[in-house]
Write a protein that binds this ligand. Structure first.
Ligand SMILES: *[C@@H]1O[C@H](CO)[C@@H](O)[C@H](O)[C@H]1NC(C)=O
Ligand SMILES: *[C@@H]1O[C@H](CO)[C@@H](O)[C@H](O)[C@H]1NC(C)=O
Ligand SMILES: *[C@@H]1O[C@H](CO)[C@@H](O)[C@H](O)[C@H]1NC(C)=O
Ligand SMILES: *[C@@H]1O[C@H](CO)[C@@H](O)[C@H](O)[C@H]1NC(C)=O
Ligand SMILES: *[C@@H]1O[C@H](CO)[C@@H](O)[C@H](O)[C@H]1NC(C)=O
Length: 320
């Protein structure tokens, strides 16, 4: 019984210590991509219904079911050869350059456009970030059969210039925060890039795009800790991400070990204390004939108070 209690306490402690690591990884991945993929399928079906004529090169706006009010969709059917040689100068916020190739090859494809509006943070939760613009989606499907439902996505890739997304109006970023373009691919993997000329993002593949800021700006590192040469070396996002995660890991493992040792010392001390108190009381009882007061179970709860921790709050928020 006592052993189980200790095991549980230590387990909770370890989980608590490692939690920030899990949290920091989830920033680069949307683990619950399922509902968003279901939404993609629903929106594909509704967007395909927008084709009053199967005319190519013209975009049609679709009508979403009532339970998705606030979401906008469009569909644009193109010959794959025309997409490659001419691109699409303007498709809602998107500008498709020449040189886009799809995989596998289809003769005609359909580009489904999504603007998730006030539902952006529902389908694309990004803990620690705030949306400054709605999530826009651009997804490619086989355009040979417009009555087909539940189409699988084609892969598309810009082989030359990138695809450009101009968000037009972006909520102003809070002072001192740095707006970032965010791209979420169909597997829920998240990639951050810099915003171009205030409102534009560049991408080479399909997926969902928006502009975000960190909701809690990180204070600049103390100059003594990061010499100029090191901060220069940390600039590329990839290096920075891996390095900081390794350091966070090392930090938490070391911290965890230290705390486990402290906990063990505390447990041993409490046991010793109780034993001493017990013998002391028995001595007293033997001498003075006082009745025994056994109130030592409660003290074992002490370590549990150490592990309570405020839960991380989700602060993603898009206000149109
Ligand atoms: C909305 O309604 C459509 C059709 O009525 C249904 O297929 C879909 O599952 C619903 N979506 C949500 C998010 O409730
Ligand atoms: C989004 O806005 C629409 C109206 O434009 C409203 O009907 C809907 O409930 C809102 N959804 C959310 C999740 O706020
Ligand atoms: C595209 O759809 C057509 C008609 O349904 C089908 O014949 C063709 O195999 C599909 N192409 C791919 C790559 O799935
Ligand atoms: C498409 O998927 C929906 C839900 O996943 C399902 O109810 C429907 O029967 C599917 N349609 C076809 C043609 O497979
Ligand atoms: C993120 O996007 C940039 C620019 O498109 C690309 O160079 C980089 O490889 C991407 N990173 C990941 C992890 O996909």
């Amino acid at each position: 019984m006592e052993l189980q209690f200790h095991t549980l306490t230590i387990l909770i402690l370890i989980i608590t210590l490692l939690w920030p690591l899990v949290e920091s990884q989830s920033l680069r991945n949307i683990p619950e991509i399922g509902p968003a993929r279901v939404l993609d399928a629903i929106l594909q079906n509704y967007a395909y219904r927008a084709f009053v004529t199967p005319k190519t090169g013209v975009s049609f706006d679709g009508i979403v079911p009532r339970n998705l009010t606030g979401v906008q969709i469009s569909a644009l059917r193109l010959r794959s050869g025309s997409l490659f040689t001419r691109g699409v100068p303007k498709y809602r916020e998107f500008k498709l350059p020449i040189g886009i190739i799809e995989e596998p090859y289809v003769e005609r494809l359909v580009l489904v456009y999504q603007n998730l509006g006030n539902r952006s943070k529902v389908y694309y939760p990004l803990p620690g970030y705030k949306y400054l613009a709605p999530v826009l989606g651009l997804l490619a499907y086989n355009g040979s059969d417009l009555s087909a439902e539940n189409q699988t996505n084609l892969e598309i890739e810009a082989s030359g210039d990138p695809i450009s997304i101009d968000f037009g109006s972006v909520r102003p970023a809070p002072d001192g925060s740095n707006p970032l373009c965010v791209w979420v691919n169909l597997h829920g993997e998240v990639n951050f890039t810099n915003v171009v000329s205030g409102t534009r993002c560049l991408a080479f593949k399909q997926g969902h795009f928006s502009i975000v800021v960190k909701s809690k700006p990180i204070p600049p590192p103390a100059p003594s800790l990061v010499p100029p040469a090191a901060s220069e070396a940390l600039k590329p996002d990839k290096t920075n991400g891996i390095d900081s995660r390794v350091w966070v890991f090392v930090f938490y493992v070391a911290g965890g070990c230290v705390l486990l040792v402290l906990l063990a010392v505390l447990v041993l001390w409490i046991r010793g204390y109780k034993k001493r108190r017990k013998t002391h009381k028995m001595e007293q009882a033997a001498e003075g004939g006082e009745p025994l007061h056994m109130t030592m179970i409660g003290s074992m709860k002490a370590p549990t108070a150490m592990v309570t921790r405020t839960q991380p709050t989700l602060e993603t928020e898009y206000v149109p």
